[in-house]
Design a protein around this ligand. Sequence first.
Ligand SMILES: C[S@@+](CC[C@H](N)C(=O)[O-])C[C@H]1O[C@@H](n2cnc3c(N)ncnc32)[C@H](O)[C@@H]1O
Length: 256
Amino acid sequence: MPCPLKIDARDEALAGLYQKELTELAGFETPAPLTLILDSGKVSLAGSNAAEAPVLVDFAGGALDFRRLHGGGRHSEGVARACFGRLKNPVIFDGTAGLGRDAFILASLGARVHLFERNPVVRLLLRDGLRRGRECGVPEVLEITDERMILEDAFSVTLYRGSVIPDTVYLDPMYPERKKSALVKKDMRIFHELLGQDADREDYLLAVLAADYRKTVMKLPKWAEIMEPERVNTAVITKNHRFVVYAGSGRNDGGV
Ligand SMILES: C[S@@+](CC[C@H](N)C(=O)[O-])C[C@H]1O[C@@H](n2cnc3c(N)ncnc32)[C@H](O)[C@@H]1O
């Protein structure tokens, strides 16, 4: 049963900053009761369970900052191994930006990442996370969020009309939950309440493959069936995921 998204704008300055986005969200419906909270300089999303902390994008602290400082390099992070190939500073289109975690990892390892996200609530969380990243005062985070992560106005890679030609298009669509809900990470649980699954993921992959970029990478849970198996070039396998690589002809040169 769809529910109207509640908006709790306690921070008036922030509500002013995002007036356009909030106007667009009027009447927006979600599959479960969710509240967008603008408070103390941050935009977050609260789920139906009041005991759970709201979800927000935080590039300047928490798990992502730890991963930036102490995580694996481009030869050990699965997403980077799949998306970079032999390139040091690839241009990547993240066609399913979500909360920008993969994009941040890729950008912190040297990529320039253009982010595409179709859900307006997620886009606002992301936009706010990038803004706070730029304002956090940590030079490395400022450089990543200001120069190497670009939130595109186009909602999807297939709607992009700009002139940038990516080395890699990266797709990480939502799959249905398989674990018991208690085992699913809190932010992913709220995410599932907001988005459900991306049932059109195969259509998106096919549309991107038809555009014939140099390389397309699709992340999927290990249990999921590989789409278009005859077109797969290689795969990077991690504990829970497969990063399936499809090579196209593209117009950019570089190693797969
Ligand atoms: C699993 S999440 C991505 C998580 C992201 N990789 C991260 O690290 O935070 C999938 C996201 O892709 C978005 N998405 C799915 N299909 C899309 C499409 N065709 N165009 C744009 N965004 C899409 C969904 O709205 C959702 O936010």
